[in-house]
Write a protein that binds this ligand. Sequence first.
Ligand code: HSE
Length: 436
Amino acid sequence: MPKSDQSPLQIGLAGFGNVGAGVYKNLLKNRDLLQKRIGRALEIRRIVVRDPAKAREIALPADLVTTDLDALINDDEIDIVVELIGGTDRAYDLVKAALERGKTVVTGNKALLAERGKELFALAEERRTPIYFEAAVAGGIPIIKTVQESLVGNHIEAVAGIINGTCNYILTRMTAAGLDYPEALTEAQALGYAESDPTLDINGWDAAHKAIILASLSYGCWVPTDRIYVEGIEKITRRDIDFAHRFGYVVKLLAIIRLHPESNAIELRVQPSLIPKGHILASVNGVFNAILIRGDVVGETLFYGSGAGQDPTSSSVISDLADAALWRNTCEGQTGFVPHGLYGNPLPIEESISKYYLRVEADDVPGVLAQIARVLGDHDIGILSVIQPEDHAEGSAPIVLMLHYATFGTVRTALSCLKELDCVREEPILMRVEQL
Ligand code: HSE
């Protein structure tokens, strides 16, 4: 049962990686401040790690360490379980067991929540035992509380986010330093921004997990992972970034969440996209994240900050611990996510509409441009602008087009026809153009 006293809250910390160690370090650093603000001390009672002998920058307090996750669950003195082990299997078992034992949960695990949030939040509500997850989206930016609390009086009309720092770093370096994609990725890894296995970052799924959480909170129904359209940045070349620049745009990996009021459908996608150079999101560079939210009452709002890293992410975990402390005393507030089902189904990606950037590598012979234009015309897709630079390799020429508004389905069908043309040499590159 929650305690209504002033005794220290006892925390079981699962995981002492970058973020877990940051939580430990910063709870000690700001202990007095936190105690004054929260009214109770936050004490780490036990820490679970896989390998206590591993070398670490922040030393593990040996008296608190165990390798047994059950030690957190079975300890009745532990009030709050902080899950920072990552993955979706052991983490799921831990969170579920913690809720079943009446322990408040704090997690930064976006994959776990995107994939299994529906059942975990239902369990949390059934047990009236909350899950807090500020660190799961955009690291240190307080975006979860913003959507859940500050914007509670709004219908969310649209969200556009740069929510993967690794991709933003890579695209920034390709833009600013003219690096090729592999060089920029290697640099991001060397600096510790990208994981040693950066797959989920660069294939868009890290951003997709975060977008699923934001969309679900915004629209009151937990979105299944198969209802988001996801593309990564792997195919984007420095040339595309240069061409985008010539047209007046920069390339960003964007998460787009948008309500279509006429059909009540939710558009949900993560794609590399062109945004106008003058737009405020175009100046979000390096590993920074930014999220633009438009509500029907508040209008447009923008949140900017560090989307990853030890200190920013642990700041979010600690804010969740403060909320958990309040809950333990009052048992008031929401348990994480309660569906309200005011909105309809995800919009089929084929029906989503935008302008497009298209680069086609084709034979450098007369009539090629006409063939490409004919395919586009046959699909009723208008051309806004074309570039074919003179300085291209012998025999092959890039034809770069900006296309008028069209549905994604139509453009994809046209693309498959373009690929059939004998003059087209390689897979065309297609990116959205967002007006935001
Ligand atoms: N790897 C993520 C990023 C941070 O690069 O933004 C954690 O989700």
